[in-house]
Design a protein around this ligand. Sequence first.
Ligand code: FAD
Length: 369
Amino acid sequence: MLERLDDAFTFMDGLVDGQAGRWDLAGQIPVELLRTAGARGLLCAEVADSHGGLGLSSRDNGELTAHVGSRCSSLRSVMTSQGMAAWSIQRLANADQSATLLPQLVNGQLAAVGFSESVAGSDLSGMSTQIKLDGDSVVLDGSKVWVTGARYADLLVVFGQCDGGAAAVVVPTSAPGVSVEPVADPMGCRAAGHANIKFDSVQLPASSILGSPGLPLPLLVTTALAYGRISVAWGCVGILRACRNAAALHARSRTQFGKPLSEHQLVGRHLAELFIAEQVATRSCEHASSCWDAGSPDMVVATVLAKHVSAGHAATGAAAAVQVMASAAAQDGHVVARAYRDAKLMEIIEGTSEICQLILAQHAVATAE
Ligand code: FAD
């Protein structure tokens, strides 16, 4: 498997090829490049061999996600969305739907996942998108905001209220009534294809609903978010690796006051903090992935913990890297400047830091003896 993983690293390196800064400034990744990675199964590498995927373990997919995250957080974000769509299908769809949809996602079709709405961010119970059953059809009305990868997507997995509960529905972006409006000038992950989407009486076959209608909304969104969280957590490990590397190389090679920056103790403290951040984030992700790979019931909490720890450390670690590099990194296009903007957003997506803390607090209370 290591050989296969090394090949995947090399392939993704070849695709990025030092262009991440340019994509960030342009606000887009060439879509053919995303399809090339997708057709190799690399955007959702945990999809099983039986559906044409690479069937990577959570741990190996995590390392792939971190590797891509160290090169380009926008591309990593697209991987997170594709993986979250595939995971939602895998968990919620029936066998026929899985057999149709999963092979598409490892053959160059691109997907994104919409749950957030303008009035329903952290509190998804306020979601107002409606999925109405109508004989052999369903009709979708509503809107979603900030959907990562939506500008590139062929398919959307959309969550909404349905039949006294909730449902997830698969929607082609080409369907009449779907309009995709790019989010203007995002602060970070600028090439990740964020978009706001409107659904105006979109008619779909009833088979577009994944599994059954009328399921509890928390169950549905927690399913999708679990994958999103572990993927973002590993992406943050990648951000930290890139920042530690850039800051350490700079501190070793630049001299001020007659000695390398790294030998000034206050600079050394920043480097130590970066190293600690990278190590702690890595260990928390490894633990969460080992829970996924073992099918452990601890997986949900371990994933929230990994996401919270890694996102927080990525934000402070990227800030420390900017401090060490000072003017050398204080320009758009520099890997550390990009990491600084991208990392802050990791504390917002897939459950903000505060929402993660609330979940961890509930767990602490529930498991007290
Ligand atoms: P709000 O919910 O309004 O929160 C504002 C602040 O209040 C936050 O600090 C929050 O933590 C805090 N807060 C809220 N409630 C509580 C509480 N009970 N206790 C303590 N603090 C609280 N959505 C998708 O559906 N699909 C995507 O692919 C996607 N990608 C995204 C990518 C990026 C880069 C960004 C920025 C957002 C993305 N989103 C996506 C939306 C994202 O999920 C929401 O932004 C996030 O859930 C927070 O919602 P909000 O922005 O409305 O903030």
